[in-house]
Each structure stands twice: as structure tokens, then as C-alpha cells.
Design a binder for this molecule. Sequence first.
Ligand code: ADP
Ligand code: ZN
Ligand code: ZN
Length: 843
Amino acid sequence: MENKANTLFLSFESEEVTFFADLILPIPVPKLFTYRVPRGMAEVLKIGARVIVPFGKKNGRVLTAIVAKLHNTPPTGYQARYINEILDEYPLTTSYQLELFKWISEYYMCCIGEVMNVALPSGLKISSQSKVQFNPDFDYPELLTDFEATLLTELKKHPALSYEELERLMGEGSNVAALIKSLVGKKAIIVFEEVREKYIPKMVRKVRLHRTYEEREQLLVLLQRLEKLPKQQEVVMRYLSHVPMQRTPSLNQKGLDKTILNQDDELSQSSLSTLIKNQVFETFEVIQPRFADTDAGTPQAEIKLTDAQRAASVQIMSQFDSQNIVLLHGITGSGKTEVYIDLIQQALSGGSQVLYLLPEIALTTQIVVRLQRVFGDKMGIYHSKFSDNERVEVWKGVVSEQYQFVVGVRSAVFLPFDNLGLIIVDEEHETSYKQHDPAPRYHARDVAIMLAHWQQAKVLLGSATPSLETYYQAKQGRYGLVELFQRFGDATLPNIVLVNVQQEKKQKTMKQEFSSALLGALEANMERKEQSILFQNRRGYSPYMQCEDCDWTAECTNCAVSLTYHQRDAELRCHYCGHKESVPRVCPTCGSTKVKTIGFGTEKLEDQLQIFFPQSRVLRMDLDTTRAKNAYQQIIQEFEGGQVDILVGTQMITKGLDFDNVSLVGIFDADRLIHFPDFRATERAFQMITQVSGRAGRRAGRQGTVLIQTSNPQQPVLQKVIENNYKGLYEEELQERQNFNYPPFCRLIKLTVRHTDRAISQQAASRLATELTDALGSSRVLGPEEPLVERIRNQFLYDILIKIERDKVNIKAVKTFIQDRINDILTDKGLRQVSIVTDVDCL
Ligand code: ADP
Ligand code: ZN
Ligand code: ZN
């Protein structure tokens, strides 16, 4: 090692070349930064590797950067600083990723550093902001240098230490970066950012036979010896029945949960203790995987596709001959997942990588367990709810080829794939694929399509209710289209019934928010011991609190919205900024005691159900009940366990859930979904209602029922829902979109101007709109307009909507022009404090 470094040093000294590196820094600055490569580093430094560099005026401030380019031209205008440290000898980012970062920054009009910042888990971005903790899984102390060991001992005494604290500990002039690098390499420490939760693995106690007994003869000897000790022998036999190591000795290493071995009887417990004491068994601890581990080591392959699924799979493969993108339009419960699994297996056996994207809320234990049964531990899981450390492990697992297949959420498109054969985007219509904040405001489906394009991979988009944009592409012949209109098993789609709430109100048969029809159906369902799901897309108890005497309503002090009453915590909350207030006893304006709530959310429904059905068990699933770490999984598990009669929830319950015993779905306030002031409201309402309806009757033998409460059953979109007429909805909506020139007939870019002073915000917005209109024409520029909620967090908002044709326009030039206009405004002295958010392909 030493020798090699010396020769390198010499060879560079004789050539006298100075190397420079252009680096991507994870900050919102629209350019690359040039740094000097120290001698000796040039040989090992590669494009795509991470380096640590000093940044900013303050001494000692460091950031992690990615090498984008190596050259020998010094920068003009500034003195290049030296790179401190190389973090990767083998780059952790691929050339595809660098290309992707660049594409995203151009297409979505943001800085490449912002892309990097979102793409890399913070464990890969060591900076002065970083914290480190001892890795509780570390058990190779013999790998440490004395110095590292001392430091680690120090680290164990603290929950975590910051970069600066480490510097102080190590003394003047120390190289903290190098130390972190080495300790991370040995898996002795974990790097994270304070904002993220600390990684606390859950440990499981396991037992296994002592290594000696992995040899067949030794095991036989042991069993013979235990003949005289039947209790102990029984424990060993029980172990062997769970861990068939006679056939596969290596299985022993994985061991068995201790709780399985000493089940309930005390005798086996004491026998086991004796066996451990006598070193027949040894105990050890492992980390409990995030998702219930279903014997991940033994994949039980072979899924049997139904004829319809087989046909769909074959059609998809044959369409891939001529198309890069295929849409699988398959109704709810048709078993799209099964088709995906089949295609994934084919792609993997062809030697390429596979990415399977799911909306965050749909990536549940249910689906993971199904996939693990087939793919075992070859599959990586990438979830934003995971700790940073776990995400880093998946990232590295892709580089090291441990994971050829990853199932993940939106941000999984940033993983370092370099040989993708197939990308699946399930529930492609889901709006949560679009990132809202911070930049890059990317759409994972569209990024996936670009990613696939570069790697010559195929893309399969799947949905029961495709987005209009995607279906249009398929109809135009730009994407393939395969249909799967048969539910798995002999299950049928549920029977959908509209309940006229106006009429029931007249007849006085409504009980609070419940129609008599729905109450009757719920009751009958409970008698049959079947489960029900109720959908109301609004959380909290009620969205308004108002004084009957003076019309005062509770409003947020920071935002232009009413506060939502949350009964459980007895407070009023703003759903935009999180502001909280206690509930006033009397009206703050007139002192009246007649302060009442108006409208209803999931909490109120839960409350009313307890009154109507005091014996029933009701669970609620919304943002408020799922904040705690595993709450979401727990609710699903409890409901699946069957002890729960009714699940009430927001749109969280519309996605991907697959319960056997649900035969009734009730939908509240359908009119509010339909009349939301947005050109996509009809499409959204259809998608949401169809998806939540699809949770009913997923098993053969009994058709499910869906009751939709509405004031106007004649509304066309509801008729389309009843008929399950996606195509009809598509035709009508498309016509509307064409008439008013909305996507898919144009592209949308939304600019939102924000400032704490309304006048300044408005001034900036109208200047921007005028300049854009002058150049692009008034048909392409709408606004400025106050959005529905015109003030959030004390910032006054103005929206400008830009419509650009899909063809015959140089969209790149238009974007550059828009960016220039924005920059002009932001550099204007009077408007400098204004912020302008750019949202390309806004939803
Ligand atoms: P979708 O995503 O199209 O709504 P799923 O993939 O969730 O449907 O499948 C619905 C249910 O049917 C799941 O419980 C799944 O396990 C089951 N299923 C579908 N196809 C098969 C098959 N070929 N063999 C066994 N079970 C299947
Ligand atoms: Zn009042
Ligand atoms: Zn607010």
C-alpha cells in the first residue's frame, strides 16, 4: 500500500500535472464546483465517486460531493480548494445516475445539487451537519485500530455525536472525514442527519445448534446421547423439525426464534437452558427485519397464473417486442401482482435488474410478504419510512449486486441501477408519485420512463384506473395496452348502489351522517361476521367550528383556512401549517356559548359508529392514527386478524389493500370529491371511488356491496362508476380536456410566487405574468391568480399557470426563457425576498 502510494506520488511529480474535479454539491446552486485533486488522489479518483470537500467561509465546514468530471483546467474567477478525502474507491453512483440527475434538473427546472440531495440517503452524505452513532450490530472489534477502538468506546457512551464533537474529541488537525470513512467501511458506525430518526434495530433472540453438530455424525451422536434425556431430546427434535439441517446443514446458522423452541411449557424452557449451558445450543441475536420475515431463505417459487393472467403476461411480453412501454389495465382484484411477479422472474432470469415501484401507502407487509415468498432475500426493499441506515444498505446492495430486484417507493428511481431490464410502476395513476416539496418536483413514473430509456429497459405501467395521460398515450399507439378484466378466482366486482342523501333527509331517515340504507347494510354485515370499510376523505372530527350567533369561524392565524376540530386531542388544528389551538368554550367574538361544529371527518364517523353499534369494534386509519412508527402496519394486521368489524379511513384505505372478509364498502360525501375545483376532479373522483370500491368482495362466493352516499345520484361520473365504465369516463373527460386545452393536450408548468407581504407578492406575480404573456401569448399564460388557499404560513401566494403544446414547440427553450424571467425578478432589489416555486407537470 505504502509503496504504491509512493510510486504514484513520484510519477505525478515528474509530470507536474494538476488535476481538477467538477463536483455536484448537495445545495441549491445551479452549477458545478471545481476543486483541486491532491496529488496521489488523481489515480484513484473516479467519476461518480463521493468526496468530502470544504465548503463555505467557516473553517472546517464540509460537504459530501459527487465527482461529475475530471480535467486539468483550473477554474476562472476563483482559487480552487483541495478535496479533503475520497469516500469511494468504487463509485456508489453510476454514469446513468449522473445523466438522470442532469435530466431531472433540466426537465423539472431545478438545481442538480437539489436532485443529488434528494437522491442520496443522508447516510451517504457526510457533512459538518452529520451525526454518528455506534452501530449496535457491530461485532468485529478485532478489525479496529487502537485509535478507532478508543473512539468507539467514547461513542458508545453517547447516543450520538456530531461531526464537530468528533473533531474536538480527536484534537487539532485531525482528519474526521477519513476516520468516519474507515469506521463506516467497517460497519462500526452509522452516519445520519438529525432530522431523521435514529436507527434502533429491534433484536430477536435466536438459538442454533453448536457448529459441531452441523456434521451429520456428530448430530447422530448427540441424538443418541440424549436418548436417556427425553425432554432434552424433544427440544432438539423440535428444533430439527423447524430447521431441517440434516438435509441442509447451513440452515443451522440462521437458527430459530427462541420463543418458538420453548413455546409455552416450562419443562422445555429448563431443558433448553441446560442444553445451552452444556453448549449443545448457542444463543445469538439478530435484527428483526422491517417486514415480517417469511423464511426468506426458502423461496417457494411457482405461482400458478390463471388463464387470463397468463394471457395478459404473454401479451405484455409480445408487445414489448415493438413497444418500450406497456399499460396493463387490470380491474381491482384481477391479480396484477401475480402478472408482475411472472414478468419479474423472466427479467431476472435473463440477468437484468428489476425495479418495482409502488405508492408509499401500498408498500405494506401484505405485498412484501407475497414477494418475499417468491424472491427471498434477493429482493431489496426501499421505503422512505425506513431509517437512513437501512436505505444505505439497499443502495450498497444494488451496487454490490446483492439485490438484482428492488421493490420501492418513489425515491427508489434514484438507486444506482446500471442494468435494468424491467421497471414496473404499479398504480401508475397515483398522485403520490409526484414529489411536491422540496425540489426536484419530479414524477417517479416519468423519471422511471427516462431511466428505462437510457438502459434499454421495458416499462410496465399498471392500474385499474389509469391516468388520462397514460391511457391517451396507449390509445395513440405510443404505449402498448393489455387488458385484464377478470377478477381472480370466481370473484366478481361489487354491486355499487347510490344512496340519495337528500331523499333520506326529507324522509328523516338519516341518522347523523349515516343513511338508513348504510346503517342497515352495516348491521347485516356484522351479523354475517363480515367486515366493512367506510371511506371519508377528510380527517379530524369536523372541518369547521362556527358560532351560531355571530357567524365567527375558527381560522388559522398563519393560513387562510378554517381550523379542523380534533376531538380526541381536544384541539383545533390547521392542516396546512400544523398550528394548534385549544377549543374555545365560548365564541371569542360575541361570547355566545352556541359554538358548533360543521361537517364531518373520520373521527366523527368513528364516534357515531360507537353510538349506533356499541358492541362493534371500529378502527380508524388516517394521518392522525398512523403517525407512530408501525401504526399503519398494526391497523392492517388487526383488521386482517378479523377482530375488527369496521375500518374507517381517508384515502389511505383506497390503495392496494387486500382483505378476504370485506364485503361492504361505504363512501361518504362523494359530491365533495366530484366538485373539487380542479380540472382533474372528475378523473380523481372516479379513481378514488373505484379503487376503494375494489376493496369489497375480493373472494369468490359472495359479491361485495358498495354504498355511495350522494345528494345527486344523476351525476354522470357516478353513473360511470356504477357501470365500471372507465372507457366512457375517458372519452368524456378527454373531450373536456381538448375543449379547454388541458393535459394530455398540453403540458402545464405552475409558478407559485410567495411573499409575506401581499402587495409585494402580487407585484412580482403580475410582473412575471406580464413578461411571460408578452412572449408566449395570452392563451399560454393564465393568471396570476390567488390559489384556493391564498395564504399559507403567512406567505401570500399567487399562481401562474403556463400551458405549452406537446408538439412543435421547443420546450427546452421555453423553460430557459421562463427561468431567465424568474431570475430577473429574483435579482430585482425590491423583490429579492420573493420566492418562486416552479412545478413542471404540476398535478
Ligand atoms: P390487484 O392488484 O389486481 O387488485 P392482487 O394482485 O392484489 O390484485 O390480487 C388479488 C388477490 O388474488 C390476492 O390476494 C392474490 O393473492 C390473489 N391472486 C391473484 N392471482 C392469483 C393466482 N394466480 N394464484 C393465487 N392467488 C392469486
Ligand atoms: Zn359569536
Ligand atoms: Zn395554518
